[in-house]
Design a protein around this ligand. Structure first.
Ligand SMILES: [Zn+2]
Length: 147
C-alpha cells in the first residue's frame, strides 16, 4: 500500500506538521506509516518530507510492517515530566525490518533492577512487534517482545 506524499503547502500548514499528523492519525487507525524513497529505495521512519538516506523528495507514504528487533533497552528511574503520571517503563532502540531505527517504550522486558536490565540486554536482539498505545494522553507506537 503506497501513495504519494503531498508536497504542496496549502493553507499555510507546514508540510512537516501535516506529515506528523498523518502519522499520528494512522496510529489511531492502527496503521503505521513510514516513507519510502523512489530514488534509493530506503525507508524513513517516522515518515519524513525528504529521504533520510539520500535527501530525495521523490518519496511516498508506505505502510510499515510494524516488526523489528530490539537492540538495547533501559528504564526510567524517574519518568519525564510529560509521562509523570505513568508507571515506570522500559524504553529502547528498535531496528525496524525495513531498516530505520526507532527509540520508544518497550514492553515485555524485565526492568525490575539494574541487574535484570543487564541480563535482558545480553539476550538481545529479540523480535518485537509494534502497536499503538496511549501513553501520557498521546497515542504513540510502542514495541512489545514477541512470545
Ligand atoms: Zn533516498
Amino acid at each position: 500500500m503506497a501513495e504519494p506524499v503531498i508536497t504542496e503547502t496549502p493553507e499555510g500548514v507546514p508540510r512537516v506538521e501535516r506529515t506528523a499528523k498523518r502519522f499520528y492519525d494512522g496510529l489511531e487507525e492502527g496503521v503505521i506509516w513510514g516513507t519510502h524513497c523512489n530514488d534509493c529505495e530506503e525507508h524513513s521512519f517516522p515518515p519524513m518530507t525528504a529521504c533520510r538516506s539520500c535527501g530525495s523528495r521523490d518519496i511516498e507514504f508506505t505502510e510499515m510492517s510494524g516488526r523489528g528487533s530490539l537492540q538495547y533497552y533501559s528504564s526510567t528511574m524517574l519518568p519525564s515530566y510529560r509521562f509523570r503520571d505513568e508507571d515506570r517503563m522500559a524504553y529502547g532502540m528498535v531496528q525496524l525490518d525495513e531498516g530505520p531505527y526507532f527509540f520508544t517504550k518497550i514492553e515485555g522486558v524485565d526492568f525490575s533492577s539494574p541487574e535484570a536490565i543487564q541480563e535482558g540486554n545480553e539476550e538481545l536482539p529479540v523480535d518485537v512487534v509494534g502497536k499503538p498505545e496511549e501513553v501520557g494522553g498521546s497515542t504513540i507506537l510502542v514495541f512489545e517482545v514477541e512470545e
